[in-house]
Design a protein around this ligand. Sequence first.
Ligand code: SF4
Length: 277
Amino acid sequence: MPRRAAARPETHTALVRQARRIYRTLIAQYPYARAELDFESPLELLVATVISAQTTDVGVNKVTPVLFARYPDAAALAGADPAEMEEILRPTGFYRAKTRAVIKLSHDIVERFDGEVPGRLDDLVTLPGVGRKTANVVLGNAFGVPGITVDTHFGRLARRFGWTTSEDPVKVEAEVGALFPKKDWTMLSHVVIFHGRRICHARRPACGVCPVAQWCPSFGEGEIDADAARKLLKYELAVPKGGEAHVGLLVDGAEPDASFSTGHRGTPTVPRHSGLA
Ligand code: SF4
């Protein structure tokens, strides 16, 4: 572990170099990083993303198989009986509002896009309840179009890394995008969000076990003692089919976790994070 926080790079070139070191290290730490919502089509990912507001992806992944078995396409979702859909979505919270949002969104997809989710940012953001964040999730993961997803984790970490000072997601997206080749944007979003969920928490980042600590200008914002930091790592994911997965922590000299899959519904998903301790 470093003794003090890394200096903020003074030139754009130095910032790019430092940012890419962090990215490479996060890839090695989270080689399995992906969208944590399960889906089998752009529509499923879009709807799952809408449902994921104010709840965990794990919780969403529990209800979407039931939802999409009952309503397999946009027309079926648009014509759903609200009371019936509410019962399915109830465990995710705010289920009445989410039901209204899913039905309205699906209705627009049927009416304006012939039942197919559009594959362009400009079209996606015209759908009700779909902002740039959701659009980029869908483009990056269901259409293979590179996109930076600025959610709460990404924005926080981008500021901690010194990649931006902005709180405006659109500016964060542009400033971070300028540091990385476009082809890396989607994976960058995944690994940064994974890191934010698992180690670089909002309140008490676990700096003492952070694999990118040596390049981080915010090292020391959180717990720097390794033992105390390890106790902060509580993130859990669903246990993949096939059993328990091991998670190694690069910072301790362990192997990175390689027990993963692509994670679409019906396959084993990402590994269980059991505290990394
Ligand atoms: S956990 Fe600490 S050292 Fe690691 S990225 Fe977050 S603030 Fe920086």
